[in-house]
Each structure stands twice: as structure tokens, then as C-alpha cells.
Design a binder for this molecule. Structure first.
Ligand code: AMP
Length: 420
């Protein structure tokens, strides 16, 4: 992009200290991303910040670097608290803090639901510098873990604030704000600016500097977006067609419900594709296990719900497929933000059925673009029909057998399966 060529700043130009520049270098971060270039100088001046930035823009670094630099100047336990809407994002934020702070001995604790409380209390007992948490579990520790408080924190970060508020963490956040010192710096990052985010901004930031890494709701230029209009009954066939056309790619396939992630992944596996599901219905250990298999390349197709569309740091997704079109168009932006990250190129393909046209039109309105059609050869697609139908039938039967083994009545199982 022209504007990027105009002035390529270095981390040094932004005021980042040598130790942290070295850490960036070790991570392969040669130049600051746009949001980092805009946020870091203000943050180093001690300003509160509100950042509108998409996942993949480097926003974690934009808040982690100034916090670590301040920590280096005045080392102290319980220095910063980062709130995240999901467990996975919290873990990834902590990983970035640890990676950037490895040379300076930074200690982090991650407080998230779905994992053992005791381990987390032990981590808190080690007096970490940075606490990364989901709101509910943080409140839980504040009331139940002896000796733990946020009275000394100097930085509060609200990451993916729009999502934090969507998930109905509003009450928990109000409670947290009442126990955190007012004398602090606050960074609020959000992909979209909603009414609730604006309200939160007024309630907890002081004269914030507003920075924006991308124009409102836009998707990055290196992302190639396409759609396919197909009859609902042939969706599976089109999905398999696209996946085989792009068989070398790493893909995320988005569905609407947790249950359909499992069934769809099973169907794809029956066809010999290396698919794995991840959804909010799985235990934390299973979710992380699935994610690791995907990251390690053991599986190259991750079938997921929107829970997985936020914040997951998966560096090399080549393609996002919207198997179900999201009814909330902002979810589209978050989903496709999984590809074309950090300057790489990527493809996003939406498989639109006759029932989803309205939602798709809303998406085109939001991104302000008419998208081109994915070129599919209908005869070739329909040649897959028999195999795909059989793979789907076996997946359904496998799931049915699972329900029955669980002792759930056949009637219940059939009723539940009928939704697929
Ligand atoms: P984030 O938007 O914070 O989730 O970051 C997305 C990805 O970009 C992560 O894998 C980061 O490690 C990477 N990243 C962040 N900042 C930079 C940078 N300045 N140069 C290259 N990669 C970066």
C-alpha cells in the first residue's frame, strides 16, 4: 500500500527500548504494524488509548510493549491486568507477553474458566507481573484467593471490548472497575465501535487518544473475498468441492452451531480430509488439543463456531469458509480476520443458501463491496454428491451411536440429529 511506503517507522523511532526491540526481533517483528506505530508513542507518553483494530493487526503487541516498558522502569508484582472475552485469547495474550518479556523475566498468570482453580491460585501466589483473565474467573479469584487483589495495578486492558460486552460480562466488568484503582492507564481495544463500548469508554478512560488501524468495518486488502450461491441441500457438496480445489491450504470452516462442527468434521474425515472440530461445547483441554493439532499441521481443516473466530492466534490460515452465513454481519469481519493476517494474503469464501441471502446482503453492505462469485463447475460439484451423501450418512450414524452409547433415548437422538 502507498501509505505504508511513505514512512516505515522502526520500533526505535516509536520510543521502544533496546531490550524490547531485541525481543521483537527474536519474534521476527522487523517493523511495527500500523496499530503499533500509532498506539505505542501515545502509550509511552502515558495516555489512555482506545484502539479500533482487527485481530491480526498486531494489537496485542500495541498494548503489551508499552506495558512491558513501563514495567521495566518500575518493576512490581500485579502491574497490569488484561481482560479477554475468551479463554483461548487470554492464553494467547499471555503467550505474547511471555515471549516479549522472556529476556526480562516477566511472569504472567492466566485466569480462565474451565481449568483448575487451584493451579491458578498457585500461579497468583508467585506474584505475577501480568494477569490475563476472563472477567468471571477473575472475580472468582478476587473473592476466593487469599491475598490476591488488584489494588496495585497500573494498567488495565480491555481486549475485544465489543465482545466482552456482548458476552454479558457487563456486570462483572462494572464490579471489577469498582475494585481497580482509578489512578491507572487504561487501553481499550475493539474491532467494532458499539454503543456499549462507547459507554464503557466514557466510564473508564480518561481523555483517551483514539486510534484506528483500519477504516470502519473494512477488511484488509490482501484478503480475496468470494461467494457462492447454492441450494441448501447441496451445501456439503460445495464445501467438499472448495476444499478439494484448494487441497493444500490451511482452512477454517465456520458453522452456526456447536453440534454441527462435530458432524461436519466427521463427514469430512469420512472423505479422507484432515478435519478437526473446535467449539464451545468441548472441554478446555479438548479445545486446546484440537487447536494444537491444527497449529502443528496434523489437521489442516478446523471446523469451528464463532467462539473460535475471535482472537485465536493461528498464524497461517490460507482460507476461511463460511459454511453458514453469520446472521450478525460483524461476525463476518471477525471470521475473515482469521486469514490475510500480518500482511499475508488469504481467501474467504461464503457459501450462501436461499435461506441466507438477507444476511449475505447485510454483509456486503457492511463491508461496502460487491464480492465476486467463486468459480465452481456445477457438474463437477454434483459428481461428488453420492460420496458426500454417504459420508454424511455415516457421520450421522456415528453420532447416533454415540448418543445411544451415552444412554440417551433414540427419540432424543433423532430429534437432535434432525437439526443438521
Ligand atoms: P494480534 O493482532 O495481536 O493477534 O497479532 C497477530 C499476529 O501478528 C501474531 O501472530 C503476532 O505475533 C504477529 N505480529 C504482531 N506484531 C507484529 C509485527 N510488528 N511484525 C510481524 N508480526 C507481528
Amino acid at each position: 500500500m502507498e501509505e505504508d511506503k511513505e514512512e516505515v517507522k522502526s520500533f526505535k523511532d516509536l520510543g521502544v527500548c533496546d531490550q524490547l526491540i531485541e525481543a521483537c526481533d527474536n519474534l521476527g517483528w522487523k517493523h511495527p504494524s500500523k496499530i503499533q506505530a500509532e498506539a505505542i508513542p501515545h502509550a509511552l507518553e502515558g495516555k489512555d488509548l482506545i484502539g479500533l483494530a482487527q485481530t491480526g493487526s498486531g494489537k496485542t503487541g500495541a498494548f503489551a510493549l508499552p506495558i512491558l516498558q513501563a514495567l521495566l522502569e518500575t518493576p512490581q508484582a500485579f502491574f497490569a491486568c488484561v481482560l479477554s472475552p475468551t479463554r483461548e485469547l487470554a492464553i494467547q495474550i499471555a503467550e505474547q507477553f511471555e515471549a516479549l518479556g522472556s529476556g526480562i523475566g516477566v511472569k504472567c498468570a492466566v485466569l480462565v474458566g474451565g481449568v483448575d482453580n487451584v493451579q491458578q491460585s498457585i500461579a497468583l501466589g508467585k506474584r505475577p507481573h501480568i494477569v490475563v483473565a476472563t472477567p468471571g474467573r477473575l472475580l472468582d479469584h478476587l473473592s476466593n484467593t487469599k491475598g490476591f487483589s488488584l489494588r496495585t495495578i497500573k494498567f488495565l486492558v480491555l481486549d475485544e471490548a465489543d465482545r466482552l460486552l456482548n458476552e454479558d460480562f457487563e456486570k462483572a466488568i462494572d464490579e471489577l472497575l469498582s475494585v481497580i484503582p482509578r489512578e491507572r492507564n487504561t487501553y481499550l481495544y475493539s474491532a467494532t465501535m458499539t454503543k456499549k463500548v462507547r459507554k464503557l469508554q466514557r466510564a473508564c478512560l480518561r481523555n483517551p487518544v483514539k486510534i484506528e488501524a483500519a477504516s470502519k468495518y473494512s477488511t484488509v486488502d490482501s484478503l480475496k473475498q468470494q461467494y457462492l450461491f447454492v441450494p441448501a441441500k447441496h451445501k456439503n457438496c460445495y464445501l467438499v468441492y472448495i476444499l478439494s480445489e484448494k487441497s493444500g491450504s490451511t482452512s477454517m470452516v465456520f458453522t452456526r452451531t456447536c453440534d454441527s462442527t462435530g458432524l461436519l468434521a466427521q463427514m469430512l474425515r469420512n472423505l479422507g480430509l484432515r478435519a478437526i472440530p473446535i467449539s464451545g461445547h468441548m472441554t478446555q483441554a479438548k479445545r486446546l488439543g484440537a487447536l494444537n493439532k491444527f497449529k502443528a499441521g496434523e489437521c489442516n481443516i478446523l471446523v469451528c463456531t464463532d467462539v473460535a473466530s475471535r482472537g485465536l492466534d493461528i498464524p497461517s490460515v490460507d482460507m476461511v469458509i463460511n459454511y453458514d452465513i453469520p446472521s450478525n454481519s460483524k461476525d463476518y469481519i471477525h471470521r475473515v480476520g482469521r486469514t490475510a493476517r500480518a500482511g499475508r494474503s488469504g481467501v474467504a469464501i461464503s457459501i450462501v443458501s436461499q435461506y441466507e441471502l438477507e444476511w449475505y446482503i447485510q454483509i456486503e453492505k457492511l463491508i461496502g463491496k460487491k464480492l465476486p462469485m467463486f468459480p465452481a463447475q456445477e457438474e463437477e460439484v454434483l459428481m461428488l454428491l453420492e460420496r458426500v451423501t454417504e459420508a454424511k450418512r455415516i457421520a450421522d450414524m456415528t453420532a447416533l451411536g454415540f448418543f445411544v452409547r451415552l444412554g440417551i433415548s433414540l427419540k432424543f437422538a433423532v430429534e437432535n440429529l434432525s437439526i443438521y
